[in-house]
Design a protein around this ligand. Structure first.
Ligand code: ASP
Ligand code: MG
Length: 424
């Protein structure tokens, strides 16, 4: 018998039929003797529709009222879910974020969970109830409803799992696990049985959309095993957990890409202290997230050129800001490219293996793909390339590191950590 949090995404609760089958799945876990907290997303498309509705009412919807509006999507699904459970003779109770004790900061639309008062949830569990919590929402210290950012229900689930000290958090979604790369662009993508929090964090921040970035942060911080699986098929999914020896043996675990990046270059920057700060401070003030930065000589003595990447939707704004800085500090031309993408390899084993970067660069060179920028971390190497080569780059890197083969052979995930229905 375990204490489990199960989260179901929007496609898994898209209509009455699917909500019924989620209710049946949850009851199955309950009948096996587990205590279950269920976190639900809004029905697929509802959150988009609500945002759209707000924009129809006002060109610039008030952020507090927009969160009030958007948070209703999850209230629909938890209520319907509890009705279905009760019709089957089991006790269930739906709870908004507020009722479930989820406290956040006051950043409407992108709030962070600061604490969870688990008293109410625990009381209902003690009385044998299935507890259904609305994902994606909480309240700020003043009692205003906040939302956690798109995809935030994952974070609700993992945060609750951490707070109630659940044995695991199961995320049921429309993909059946974490793959070595996006299966829609490479058929050879292989589902991973296990992946470390660290790798999953890199993958989530690099554009793999399986888990909300902050949910992985929570899992890592509080040591909550996160099991990602399909709500439609009973096939084993992927366990996100602490690193172990099997994982370390693997040099590269996955290849990810993001097309939503743009490069900006500023030429002939005076090579004196304070210039980088002068350029990047206004960007930070404008809330623009700068990712890779490269500074090189620009041919003219005493001058440097600085290139960096920003999210693609901030490209025009960035060019404008940097142009005005350039005029101010007496630098040269500002130019850029928004037809680029970032391709990355991620793996714990990089820490202890040499030649990984060289292998990546050679594989790209063999296809005549030019690398425009490079950045590395302990467990990641990213290259910026022309976006028209994105898919090709992903495939050649997947081949170069032989990601279609399981480097650990047929090792088994320890059974006690897996939900019963999946072990079989
Ligand atoms: N319904 C919210 C969204 O679509 C939260 C979630 O599904 O995780 O972003
Ligand atoms: Mg999601």
């Amino acid at each position: 018998m375990a204490l489990i949090v199960q989260k179901y995404g929007g496609t898994s609760v898209a209509d009455i039929e699917r909500i019924r089958s989620v209710a049946e799945r949850v009851i199955r876990a309950k009948r096996e003797g587990h205590d279950v907290v269920v976190v639900l997303s809004a029905r697929a498309g509802d959150t988009d529709r609500l945002i759209q509705l707000g924009r129809e009412m006002s060109p610039n919807p008030d952020p507090r009222e927009l969160d009030m509006l958007v948070s209703t999507g999850e209230q629909i699904t938890i209520a319907l879910f509890c009705m279905a459970v009760k019709d089957r003779g089991y006790d269930a109770i739906s709870m908004t974020g507020y009722q479930a004790g989820i406290l956040t900061d006051d950043h409407y639309g992108n709030a962070r969970i600061s604490s969870i008062n688990t008293e109410a949830i625990m009381n209902h569990l003690k009385r044998g109830r299935i507890v259904a919590v609305a994902g994606f929402q909480g309240v700020d210290p003043e009692g205003n409803i906040t939302t956690l950012g798109r995809g935030g229900s994952d974070t609700t689930a993992v945060a609750i799992a951490a707070a109630i000290k659940a044995d695991r958090c199961e995320i049921y979604t429309d993909v059946d696990g974490v793959y070595t790369t996006d299966p829609s662009i490479y058929k050879k993508a292989r589902k991973l049985k296990k992946i470390s929090y660290e790798e999953m964090l890199e993958m989530a921040s690099l554009g793999a959309k399986v888990l909300h970035f902050r949910s992985v942060e929570f899992g890592m911080k509080y040591g909550v095993p996160i099991y990602v699986a399909s709500s439609f098929k009973d096939v084993p999914g992927t366990l996100v957990t602490k690193e172990d020896e099997d994982m370390e043996r693997v040099v590269v675990s996955g290849v990810t890409y993001t097309k939503n990046v743009a490069r900006v270059t500023i030429n002939d920057v005076p090579d004196v202290p304070g210039m980088a700060a002068a350029i990047f401070r206004p960007l930070a003030d404008a809330g623009i997230n700068v990712d890779m930065i490269i500074q090189g000589s620009s041919g003219i003595p005493g001058r440097a050129s600085i290139s960096f990447t920003v999210p693609e939707d901030k490209y025009n704004e960035t060019i404008e800001i940097v142009q005005s800085i350039s005029n101010k500090i007496g630098a040269g031309k500002v130019h850029g490219d928004n037809q680029i993408s970032k391709v990355s390899i991620v793996g714990l084993g990089m820490r202890s293996h040499c030649g990984v970067a060289e292998k990546m660069f050679s594989a790209l060179a063999a296809q005549n793909i030019n690398i425009q920028m490079i950045s590395t971390s302990e467990i990641k190497i990213s290259c910026v390339i022309d976006s028209k080569y994105t898919e090709l780059a992903v495939r050649v890197l997947h081949d170069a590191f032989e990601l279609d083969k399981d480097p650990n052979g047929v090792f088994q995930v320890k059974e006690e950590i897996l939900p019963k229905e999946v072990v079989r």
